[in-house]
Each structure stands twice: as structure tokens, then as C-alpha cells.
Ligand binder design. Sequence first.
Ligand SMILES: C[S@@+](CC[C@H](N)C(=O)[O-])C[C@H]1O[C@@H](n2cnc3c(N)ncnc32)[C@H](O)[C@@H]1O
Length: 193
Amino acid sequence: MAALEITVLVCLFLVVVLIAGFTLKNGIGPTPSCRRTTDTLDNRLPETIDGVILELGCGWGGIALYLARKYPENAVVAWENSPVPWLVAYLRKVLSGQDNLSVRYGDFRRASLDHCGLIYCYLCTGQMLRLRELLLPASVNQSCQLVSSTFSVPGWTPASEYPLGDWYGSRLWVYMLSHQPSSLNALSRFSSK
Ligand SMILES: C[S@@+](CC[C@H](N)C(=O)[O-])C[C@H]1O[C@@H](n2cnc3c(N)ncnc32)[C@H](O)[C@@H]1O
């Protein structure tokens, strides 16, 4: 086998190992949202948003680009901590020339929540528990909405929920952060169930 072929195979192997390693660490892999999600977002998201739009765990960057195009007047900040999807999302942002989008590398718990108007995520239950702790109502703009695909926030009451129309009965959950209990209240409500 030629040296080039071996190098390509080793690189592919490393890419797969990196993606698998971060999937295990995060409890969720970089599965992209499907077309039904963007269709539902298109119908359900508000016309305008006051403040920064955050995407927590942007994967390959499809939804981040969608949000940046839908809201050209807003800054969109997308976080991703898995290196391979982050690199792809970053390159897609650069090639798209979408200046209102930043793709940041790292854990979304480092994200600034200042002036945040909308948060979008598609994570897993473990990450939703971390997110809930991050979103103590006191630290976030009270008009901020959280839109979560597929996974709800344990102990929080959604303002609305929309079926995505897939076989699994997945939903889009919309939360008004101002209407949620403090994290400690939410934790006790959740654990008492
Ligand atoms: C199911 S994918 C969703 C991708 C994209 N948001 C979408 O809807 O198409 C979830 C992504 O969140 C990332 N992720 C999970 N936990 C994270 C964390 N704590 N910080 C940053 N990214 C995280 C994963 O690496 C993965 O790429």
C-alpha cells in the first residue's frame, strides 16, 4: 500500500476516534438536526429577536448558519467542544461569509449569557441538567427563550411544545426563562417525582 494511502487511512481512523471519544464524553454525538426541525423552527421562531442568539453544541454548523441567515441583524454565537465538527462548522462559517456568526471552540458552559435573546440546543438529558444549572434565571436576560430540540429541561415547564413529525415523536420545546423556578427548586421538584 502506498504511503499516501496509509496516511489517509490513519487520518480517517484518528478522525473517527476523536468523534467517538467526544461522543462518549458528551453523552451525545454530532447528529445534525433534520429538515423537519428547520421547517418547525421556521414556523415557530419569532420574526425578530432582541439580543444575542446562542447555539449550544452546534455540531457541523447547519443550524448555526440557518439562524445566522434567518436573523442577519443579530449576533449568533455557536459553541462546540468536539474538535472535528467544530472545525467543519468553523470552515462553513468562513466559506459562507456570514459575518454575524461566530463559531467558538469549547464547552458551552463558557458561553456568555449577557444580552442573550434566544438559546437553541439539541443535546441530551445529562447536558440539559448542566444547562439548567447554567440558566439560573437571575443570571440571564428575563426575556430570553430557550428552544430545545428533542430533549426537555427536567423540572421546567415549557411555554409550548411542537411535534417534529418523526417516527420517534420528537418535539421542539420552548421555554421562557423568566417563568422557570430557580435551579434548586427545579431540582427538588424533579427529584421528588
Ligand atoms: C445532536 S448534536 C446537535 C448539533 C446541532 N445543534 C444541530 O441541531 O444540528 C449535539 C452537539 O452538541 C455538542 N455538545 C455536547 N455537549 C457539549 C458541551 N458541553 N459543550 C459544547 N458542545 C457540546 C456535541 O459535540 C454535538 O456536536
